[in-house]
Design a binder for this molecule. Structure first.
Ligand SMILES: *Cc1c(COP(=O)(O)O)cnc(C)c1O
Length: 413
């Protein structure tokens, strides 16, 4: 699937859906109301039908039948087994990803471990537009340790920080460099290999937040030389509300990095209950408490479906959907004061589109009244999240068309 030929009617959008190699995946999801235009799958992916069966099985068999024995019959390995599957979507070899906690907690663990590994250095580099939880966790760590956060203000907020802008603030005081790979507002994709290399040249460690990347755009963690990464599984991985997050630690760093939450299940031989903490070998040391088996069971079908669909097809459709949304915004909305606040170059744009308008908040409310679910991102962004396994081209047509109507321009022709 390459660039979309121009789609200039609703019928052409429907035709495009019929030619879509991923079209059949939609039937595997729970679609309770086909009339809803859902353009918020990047905040909460739709549920897979297979989740109900997976939960029934774990309740009936693993939990109901095998009871406590299940912990030694496989449950202990689930966080690392699913971690390896996520790693395969991120260009990470096995044994480097664990599924645990929330993204917030994984980020705290990763950042704390990285800062401990760079004692004496006083600065953390990130950007002002970074996702709030990342910013707040960094503020907390900086306050507790007497460090400074260097807040980058990129010249072009739509594109996010460039390697040159990052390079300018790096130095012998930089302990940690951390960004979100696909920006949650603009969808800008940062240059992970170049920024990681610059951080390493300055002697710093990196953390990449992959919440909007995993399952939607290709990532090559091992090739990029990334140190640590975290991300969430309820967006493009369909894990369900509050699904556990993941943490990546490059294998050669695992023995030296120490995460701060020393729980029993990150310890060597946890069931000996010995005095004193000694980390488990490998990525297991980044776990803390008991794995959430029900939530992990609900995540497995999402990983299976994304793996089966293939990231190449998913990425190609993500590009085609966002190209269509941008083309329609240019055609219908520009004259009403809407500007595209996402990169126009598809190579550096994830699977959502930000449209800026001064009345964005009110527009989102009026869209919701019409059954078009989008996200408002303060202060002025209407965000259209286009999830390639569930979003149809005709939905993009209808959604942008509804936006044109609520802007007062009458129905789309
Ligand atoms: C969604 C998202 C999170 C979510 O964090 P939680 O701890 O799961 O609430 C974190 N970072 C980014 C960049 C996100 O987009």
């Amino acid at each position: 699937m390459g660039m979309p030929p121009s789609i200039d009617s609703r019928a052409a959008a429907a035709e495009r859906d019929r030619a879509d190699p991923l079209a059949n995946f939609r039937a595997e999801f729970v679609i309770a109301d086909d009339g809803i235009v859902y353009m918020d799958g990047n905040s909460l992916g739709r549920p897979l039908q297979a989740v109900a069966g997976a939960l029934a099985r774990v309740v009936g068999e693993g939990w109901g039948e095998r009871l406590i024995r299940s912990w030694s019959e496989g449950w202990m390995d689930v966080p690392l087994m699913l971690g390896d599957q996520i790693g395969a979507l991120l260009g990470a070899g096995p044994g480097q990803v664990a599924v645990a906690d929330s993204t917030t907690v994984c980020f705290y663990k990763a950042a704390s471990a990285a800062l401990d590994a760079r004692p004496g250095r006083l600065e953390i580099v990130t950007d002002r537009g970074n996702f709030p939880t990342d910013r707040y966790v960094l503020e907390s760590l900086a306050a507790a340790r007497g460090l400074r956060v260097r807040w980058l203000e990129p010249a072009d907020r739509t594109l996010g920080p460039s390697p040159e802008e990052v390079a300018r603030v790096l130095g012998d005081q930089t302990a940690l460099v951390t960004f979100t790979h696909v920006d949650y507002r603009s969808a800008a994709i940062l240059d992970m290999p170049a920024i990681t290399q610059l951080a390493h040249d300055a002697g710093a460690l990196t953390i990449w937040d992959l919440s909007h990347s995993v399952g939607s755009v290709p990532v090559e963690l091992d090739d990029a030389g990334a140190d640590l990464a975290v991300g969430c599984t309820y967006k493009y991985l369909f894990g369900g509300p509050g699904a556990p997050a993941f943490i990546y630690v490059r294998s050669d760093l695992q023995a030296s990095l120490r995460q701060p939450v020393w729980g029993w299940l990150g310890r060597r031989d946890p069931f000996r209950m010995d005095p004193g903490y000694e980390p488990a070998a490998g990525i297991r040391a980044f776990l803390s408490g008991t794995p959430p088996i029900l939530a992990l069971s609900a995540l497995a079908p999402g990983l299976e479906v994304v793996t089966r669909a293939g990231l190449e097809e998913i990425r190609a459709k993500g590009i085609a959907l966002t190209e269509l949304a941008i083309a329609l915004a240019d055609r219908w909305l520009a004259e009403h004061g809407v500007t595209v606040a996402s990169p126009r170059d598809a190579r550096i744009r994830g699977a959502h589109v930000a449209l800026a308008h001064r009345d964005a908040a009110a527009l989102c409310g009026r869209l919701a009244d019409r059954g078009v679910l989008v996200d408002y991102r303060a202060p002025d962004v209407v965000r259209l999240g286009l999830s390639p396994l569930t979003t149809r081209f005709v939905e993009v047509w209808d959604g942008v068309s509804a936006l044109r109507e609520v802007l007062g321009a009458g129905p789309a022709g």
